[in-house]
Design a protein around this ligand. Structure first.
Ligand SMILES: [Ca+2]
Length: 455
């Protein structure tokens, strides 16, 4: 064999070996020393608006503890839930993948639903467990009914909470796999969840852990415990938020008391925008529709050991990013071939630009919009009972083309005025991206498309 060919062969063998080593390294425990691993606490609220915290402009509601986290950490102002309602948003947060990939994009699950999070999906808890963290989910799950789709089947060591929303039939409180209360004393839920979170932090302070505190509030019906009832200038909704904020304060105090606050990544966010009450600040719309108020949610990150400079982060980001972030900081490679989220580690370390070139807006299984850092293209909106399809308006009398809704998210986050006719390049770019997204996700649809107007 000629020398040069040998060298080629050796080089090829080298790459095969490296590739195999890389593959064999794909699943082991974290390479980071156990005592250097951070703790992660995710606090998720249900149907809380972007504008319901002080740092995002709330005036009638007081949220000093969340504000303090934001003022000493990162306040993400362009952070998106991966869907505009509970189940698909939570599926995205839990797996780093759009819910349509796992059949959970359409509507929300109920006690009667047979569907749930597939076993094959890897969750944030399973990532954490592979790094050796203790895991606890306290609060709302909403990714399938019990016992088939219990969170303890998905990497959570402990569970204390409810399978679905607090306005649904068969609402019950579970401790691990056992139903312990029905009907549930909802006025005490926020307080009890917080008690459980403090208990878990205290019991696990000497080892790294992942805690997800997933409140049922402020999803309707609204309940606050006695010390908070009647106190807020924003009615019962305000009471509920102020109790949630006090709970954040108690979690922070527990972390500080155990001496682990500085090495804990705390992330506070909501699963989607507000419903009948609540504020979207200067955004438009709310839960369940295509405007930004349905998706853009409060997102505050604290991690004193890693955040050198408190700041506002305007880079577009998503609750899909939590899983890849967790994997990144724990030194674990996620199992899924395609992850839609991106690690926030660079942003935490001080970078300014997003790892996302584009983020998608799903309404049920329909891809109805896309945005990049500067622009948003929206193709559908609700008008009375019909889903208005702007892109089909050329079928209507008086229109000679589709109705292009392109918004400048730097100048007009309120989505008041379309600038489609002024920005043909941005329009074409986002139309192309939407088309590519639809080609990718259409084969994953399991239901007939939503009825639109015009059809
Ligand atoms: Ca929700």
């Amino acid at each position: 064999m000629k020398t040069i060919e040998k060298r080629r062969l050796n080089t090829a063998l080298f790459f095969v070996l490296v590739f195999q080593m890389h593959n064999s390294l794909a699943l082991p425990l974290s390479s980071l020393p156990h005592n250097e691993l951070p703790n992660v606490v995710i606090i998720l609220t249900d149907d809380m608006g972007y504008g319901d915290i002080g740092v995002n402009g709330a005036t009638l509601i007081s949220t000093p503890h969340i504000d303090q986290l934001a003022n000493s950490g990162l306040n993400f102002t362009q952070f998106y839930a991966s869907a505009n309602v509970c189940t698909p948003s939570r599926a995205g947060l839990m797996t780093g993948r759009y819910a349509i990939r796992m059949g959970l994009a359409k509507g929300v699950l109920s006690a009667k639903s047979s569907g749930g999070l597939p076993e094959a999906e890897e969750t944030i808890a399973e990532i954490a467990k592979r790094a050796g963290l203790a895991t606890s989910l306290i609060g709302k799950w909403h990714l399938g009914s019990f016992p088939a789709h219990h969170p303890m089947n998905h990497g959570w060591d402990e569970f204390f909470g409810t399978p679905h929303s607090n306005d649904m039939p068969e609402f019950a409180l579970f401790d691990a796999r056992e139903k312990i209360e029905q009907p549930v004393d909802q006025a005490r839920l926020t307080q009890r969840y917080t008690d459980k979170a403090v208990e878990f932090i205290t019991a696990n302070a000497k080892r790294p852990f992942l805690l997800m505190l997933s409140h049922n509030m402020p999803h309707i019906p609204l309940y606050a415990s006695k010390p908070f009832r009647g106190k807020s200038a924003a009615g019962i909704y305000g009471d509920v938020i102020e109790e949630l904020d006090a709970g954040v304060g108690r979690v922070i105090d527990a972390l500080k008391k155990q001496g682990v606050f500085d090495n804990t990544l705390v992330f506070f966010t909501s699963d989607n925008g507000p419903f009948f009450e609540g504020s979207v600040s200067t955004l438009k719309g709310g839960k369940g529709n295509g405007w930004d108020g349905g998706y853009r949610v409060p997102a505050v990150l604290s991690w004193p050991n890693k955040v050198n400079q408190p700041r506002i982060v305007d880079a577009i980001s998503s609750n899909l990013d939590l899983l890849p972030t967790l994997a990144d900081i724990l030194g674990i490679e996620a199992v899924a071939e395609e992850i839609d989220g991106r690690s926030l580690a660079d942003l935490i370390a001080g970078a300014n630009s997003s790892s996302h070139k584009y983020l998608y807006y799903f309404n049920n299984e329909q891809l109805i919009g896309v945005r990049n850092q500067n622009w948003k293209l929206l193709t559908h909106v609700y008008y009375r009972r019909s889903l208005g399809a702007f892109e089909k308006f050329d079928q209507l009398d008086g229109f000679n083309s589709s109705y292009n809704m392109l918004f400048d998210m730097r100048e007009d986050g309120n989505e008041r005025y379309s600038v489609a006719d002024r920005q043909p390049d941005a329009l074409q770019d986002l139309k192309t991206q939407l088309q590519l997204g639809r080609q990718k996700f259409r084969p994953m649809m399991r239901q007939a498309p939503d009825k639109t107007f015009p059809e």
